[in-house]
Design a protein around this ligand. Structure first.
Ligand SMILES: NC(=O)c1ccc[n+]([C@@H]2O[C@H](COP(=O)([O-])OP(=O)(O)OC[C@H]3O[C@@H](n4cnc5c(N)ncnc54)[C@H](OP(=O)(O)O)[C@@H]3O)[C@@H](O)[C@H]2O)c1
Length: 260
């Protein structure tokens, strides 16, 4: 029986991914900053463990506790919407600490075992914001773009050890806790000169007709984890798939708010 360890399972894409892998018969280590056992089925194949991806001790402790892992899903992430000019550098660092360095630290922590066993998959959840630029998410996009480059390089580096590294690019899901979780961090990041642009972006969001659902991401992570074709990127959700298609044709313009 295979084991998946997933970061950020308290809500949204991570929670649905944990449910999905469990439903497929896998052993699931569902990690959360504040563990809750009421969100997932009670099962011998499912453990909820504490993990903050910005804390090296927390990473070491979860891997010591979890036993051998076959697939790591780096899903935990935080959002940021606001003018870059108004974004304090400590906030930029906070976003990178979770979205970029947290992913790298988790990956580095599992690699010795993966390389020694000559088996293992790392699935990194980025965003469809990496497929087409959009305004007012420069910091967030940069943090996810870094993981796109990191993953693409690492995939080649680990090929000889039969360790696979994949990217899942979700689109915008208004149903997760993503916007709510980022709310406090975004206070004061839209000074007056940027308000017309922000209103334009919110208006575009209001007219968006296709979204991503949690199950789209869970299914894409599942496909990525089991893929043996060499495919690196898996767009997840109707909006993300459309952006990936346009990007592939070289026609992707500014995605005003196709994704977060
Ligand atoms: N929703 C979207 O529109 C969207 C679009 C594209 C990409 N994404 C990406 O998809 C992933 C999941 O987002 P979501 O929409 O499911 O948002 P969500 O509901 O806010 O879930 C994010 C999860 O990450 C966890 N997390 C945050 N910081 C962490 C840390 N330092 N250590 C461990 N866990 C941490 C949160 O835990 P707490 O409960 O403890 O805060 C939560 O479980 C993120 O990487 C996000 O960037 C989301």
């Amino acid at each position: 029986m295979k084991t998946v360890l997933i970061t950020g399972c308290s809500s949204g894409y991570g929670l649905e991914t944990a449910r999905h892998f469990h439903a497929q018969g896998w052993r699931v280590i569902a990690t959360m900053r504040t563990p809750r056992t009421d969100l997932l089925p009670t099962s011998e194949r499912l453990r909820v463990l504490p993990l903050d991806v910005t804390q090296p001790r927390s990473i070491a402790a979860v891997l010591a506790d979890s036993g051998p892992v076959d697939v790591l899903v780096n899903n935990a992430g935080i959002g940021l919407f606001g003018a870059f000019e108004a974004t304090p550098m400590h906030t930029v660092r906070e976003v990178f600490d979770t979205n970029t360095l947290g992913v790298m630290a988790m990956t580095q922590a599992v690699l010795p075992a993966f390389r020694t066993r000559r088996a293992g998959v790392v699935v990194n959840v980025t965003s469809s914001a990496t497929l087409a630029p959009m305004p007012l998410v420069a910091t967030y996009t940069a943090s996810k773009m870094a993981i796109e480059g990191f993953t693409a390089s690492l995939a080649f580096e680990l090929e000889a050890f039969n360790v696979r590294v994949k990217l899942v690019q979700p689109g915008y899901a208004p149903t997760t806790r993503f916007a709510h979780n980022g709310g406090a961090r975004m206070a004061g990041l839209l000074p007056e000169p940027y308000l017309p642009l922000a209103q334009q972006v919110f208006a575009a969001l209001g007219t968006q007709s296709v979204f991503t659902q949690e199950i789209d991401v869970a299914s894409a992570v599942w496909r990525a984890a089991n893929d043996t074709s060499g495919q690196l990127r898996f767009a997840a959700g109707a909006d993300a798939v459309a952006l990936a298609r346009d990007a592939g044709r070289g026609v992707a313009g500014p995605a005003m708010l196709a994704s977060a």
